[in-house]
Design a protein around this ligand. Structure first.
Ligand SMILES: Nc1ncnc2c1ncn2[C@@H]1O[C@H](COP(=O)(O)OP(=O)(O)OP(=O)(O)O)[C@@H](O)[C@H]1O
Ligand SMILES: [Mg+2]
Length: 215
């Protein structure tokens, strides 16, 4: 069996109250997994932990064969720039810039060319000249997905990537994400409230009662 892309061991974390404890999670290349759970259960927090942005109170995360908490700041930054694709729950695009400028920055930083086909598949090729502030929520969401994919990441973390989309567009986005991981030997971990979206992933986990369970 191949090396896991992501292996988290005994993760625990609390903010004002304990969110979860002893979470173990493994994901392999070409696999996709969805995490579902009530609002406030800690899904985004867990995604931030797995994707290098938050160090938990306890436990270990091994991502792309590296122990995250032994890496230097510059090693972490390199991973984020070249290997990890993130679609945040709130888009974090540069609002005053055009869609194309937002995508170009990611492509420049990673040294990968912008994939025109990807823009067409996401049906955003006609929006490239528009400012982010002039785009709808769902259009921004797809720009944000294009920005994450254009650097050819080895793992994609997506927090409610279809949250603002109608069913048809949501299905298009899922096709794009799942084709990407098969073509590039990558891995996908997403958070969603939509069971139909979760069901197209290889595995579904529910975060509840402070634990993560395969369902
Ligand atoms: N940086 C932070 N500081 C303090 N508390 C936080 C922080 N981030 C999240 N929390 C708290 O942790 C809990 C879980 O938040 P989180 O965003 O992970 O939930 P979620 O499952 O993603 O919810 P939703 O489905 O609404 O997006 C919430 O009670 C939230 O207020
Ligand atoms: Mg969330």
């Amino acid at each position: 069996m191949s090396t896991p892309t992501l292996q988290a061991t005994s993760i625990s974390h609390k903010f004002d109250y304990p969110l979860f404890s002893d979470i173990n999670f493994t994901l392999y290349p070409r696999e996709s997994a969805a995490i579902i759970g009530r609002s406030g259960s800690g899904k985004s927090t867990l995604l931030h932990i797995f994707s290098t942005f938050l160090q938990p109170n306890g436990g270990k995360v091994k991502l792309l064969d590296r122990d995250l908490y032994t890496l230097t700041q510059s090693e972490l930054e390199k991973m984020r720039r070249y290997e990890i694709g993130i679609v945040f729950q709130f888009h974090y695009l540069f609002k005053g810039m055009s869609a194309m400028e937002n995508i170009s920055i990611a492509s420049m930083l990673s040294g990968e060319k912008i994939d025109e086909k990807l823009l067409c598949d996401l049906q955003i090729e006609g929006l490239m000249g528009q400012k982010i502030s002039e785009l709808s929520g769902g259009q921004q969401q797809r720009v944000s997905i294009a920005r994450a994919l254009c650097k050819k990441p080895r793992i994609i973390f997506a927090d409610e990537p279809t949250g603002n989309l109608d069913k048809e567009t949501a299905n298009i986005v899922m096709d794009v994400l799942l084709s990407y991981i098969k073509e590039e030997n990558a891995t996908l971990l997403l958070v969603t409230h939509d069971m139909q979206i979760a069901e197209v992933c290889d595995k579904i986990y529910r975060l509840e009662d402070r634990g993560l369970r395969l369902i």
